[in-house]
Design a binder for this molecule. Structure first.
Ligand code: GLU
Length: 282
């Protein structure tokens, strides 16, 4: 059997809180119990929001928690050519088209009276198809500087199998009943940077040979998209484990702005790594 490889993939856009600590510990501990490897990936693809200062804080907090990674941390900003190559593959297969809509255009088109209430997918309002061409676009891959969307109907045609199945630690999970209706034409490359969360995560997990993606249940709705991209790009599908979320006293999911749960504050107040483990129920 292949060696277990897990990862923690924080975005350096704010301080780590208890929810991140739980996620990192889950992925780390799983690799350690299985005699596998644990990797760290800094998801800094969105350079408008990422800050080196946060990256340094994150590494410091993780080390303090007793987490060790088995290779130097990967940084998404170092992998832009691999995202561009994946876009090229999808473009060559006629699965992408350029989109010039902004958020306001999309909301207006999706809320037009004849459309009823706008439908929501994993990325917000499902794209109403304003820029979707009738014919496959030709010529060189557009961009950078242009948003590219996946033509979901064409992608499903190409796959010929609408079941985006994957293993959820032990159970076969099938989700996204009809991706054309429930996910729609998602953005795979943004106007302001090459790639998108979905594309970069899919490429990076495959490149690092991640066998088990252990992450919060809030990301479960993105997983069918990642499975779809794996199939379209000929990449393996890892096993997934979408773990419970750590909530505040009111039962709300923790956000980066929840200072009370920030690891740095808890550290300053004298908490130990063992205390953190206890607080998240480990
Ligand atoms: N970078 C994402 C986050 O901070 C996690 C992505 C993933 O685990 O797939 O929420």
């Amino acid at each position: 059997m292949a060696q277990v490889v897990t990862r923690f993939a924080p975005s350096p856009t704010g301080p780590l809180h208890l929810g991140h600590a739980f996620s990192a510990l889950m992925a780390h501990d799983y690799a350690r119990t299985k005699g596998g490897q644990f990797l760290l990936r800094i998801e800094d693809i969105d350079q408008t929001r990422s800050r080196p200062m946060w990256e340094a804080h994150i590494l410091d907090d993780l080390t303090w928690l007793g987490i060790r990674w088995d290779a130097p941390p990967l940084r998404q900003s170092d992998h832009l050519p691999s995202y561009r190559a994946a876009l090229q593959t999808l473009w060559d297969r006629g699965l992408l088209y350029p989109c010039h809509c902004n958020r306001r255009d999309i909301l207006a088109a999706a809320s037009a009276p004849q459309e009823g209430a706008p439908l929501l997918g994993p990325d917000g309002v499902i794209y109403p198809g304003t820029c979707r061409p009738n014919h496959t676009p030709t010529g060189p891959l557009p961009g950078p500087g242009v948003a590219l969307r996946l033509n979901m109907a064409r992608a499903m045609q190409v796959l010929g199998d609408p079941s985006l199945t994957y293993i959820e630690l032990g159970d076969a999970a099938t989700s996204a009943v009809d991706p054309v209706q429930t996910i729609g034409d998602i953005v795979l490359s943004r106007r302001d940077f090459i790639g998108s969360y979905h594309l970069s995560v899919t490429c990076d997990d495959a490149a690092a040979q991640i066998t088990h993606v252990i992450r919060g249940a809030d990301l479960a709705q993105a997983t069918p998209i990642h499975v779809l991209l794996q199939k379209l790009l000929g990449l393996p599908t890892p096993t997934y484990w979408h773990h419970r979320l750590i909530r505040d006293d009111q039962g709300k999911r923790l956000a980066k702005r929840d200072d009370a749960a920030a690891l740095s504050g808890l550290r300053t107040a004298g908490a130990t790594a063992q205390d953190i483990r206890r607080m998240v129920g480990l």
